[in-house]
Write a protein that binds this ligand. Structure first.
Ligand code: 13P
Length: 250
């Protein structure tokens, strides 16, 4: 039985003072949560949010990290910097980074390997565009994203990897994949993990669904065999919406 893992990707929302205030109220409200909970504020909000959730079981994650130890990489943030402020988790390969900042599977793989070598938990995002889905390329796209994105990762390191299936056409659009479609994509991803890392790893692999998850649809999505959590964008930005999502298990 896999435990549900619900994460909030705050993307480029909230200034540091708002983020810290919201994180403190979330930590208090979610103290009896039955699921694993993560929030991912933007870099400048991280120190205040870490402080605000101290002593709670909420995991604080970054939305990106650089693939070098340190040096002349203007505008970048390293694993060591994150770890120094108490952030040991990172989202990598989000579709917005792939789409707007040209991140390729190969580039994302470098970050995945570097983050894992540095003892961080990684949430690797994969998912197809509408054009790819309609063109019958879903499996081809997911195969490349998983096989290249996780190239060189060991079965042991996979304990520190979460996969988030986020169909690009469902992100921020209000269109959710049907539970059946999402479950089929998750089953396919689990099969890829099994081929690459073996049955035991695949059985324990947490695969989150992301794309317009809301209080109204979370339960039917989480009821699916291969869906083990959610990576939530818009609905993670308010307690009114995020709390019922976290509390989706009785
Ligand atoms: P929405 O929940 O706003 O569709 O965003 C999903 C997402 O991209 C989470 O990473």
């Amino acid at each position: 039985m896999r435990n549900l893992y619900i994460a909030g990707n705050w993307k480029m929302n909230m200034v540091p003072s708002e983020a810290a205030k919201y994180a403190a109220s979330l930590a208090a409200a979610a103290k009896d949560a039955k699921v694993k909970v993560m929030i991912a504020p933007t870099f400048v909000c991280l120190p205040g949010v870490v402080e605000a959730v101290k002593g709670s079981n909420i995991i604080v994650s970054a939305q990106n990290v650089n693939d070098h130890e340190k040096g002349a990489y203007t505008g970048e943030v390293s694993c060591a910097m994150l770890k120094d402020i108490g952030v040991n988790s990172v989202i990598l390969g989000h579709s917005e980074r792939r789409q707007y900042y040209g991140e390729t599977n190969e580039f994302i793989n470098k970050k995945v390997l570097f983050a894992l070598e540095n003892g961080m938990e990684v949430d690797l995002c994969v998912g197809e565009t509408l054009e790819e889905r309609e063109g019958g390329r879903l499996e081809e796209v997911l195969t490349a994203q998983i096989n290249v994105g996780l190239d060189g990762v060991t079965p042991e390191q996979m304990k520190h990897v979460t996969i988030a299936y986020e169909p690009v056409w469902a992100i921020g659009t209000g269109k959710t994949a049907t539970p059946a479609d999402a479950n089929a994509a998750h089953a396919f991803i689990r099969g890829l993990v099994e081929k690459k890392f073996g049955k035991a790893v695949a059985e324990n692999q947490i695969i989150q669904y992301g794309g317009s998850v809301k209080p109204s649809n979370v339960r039917e999505l989480m009821a699916c065999e291969h869906i083990d959590g959610a990576l939530v964008g818009g609905a993670s930005l308010t307690l009114e919406q995020f709390l019922p999502i976290i509390n989706c298990v009785d």
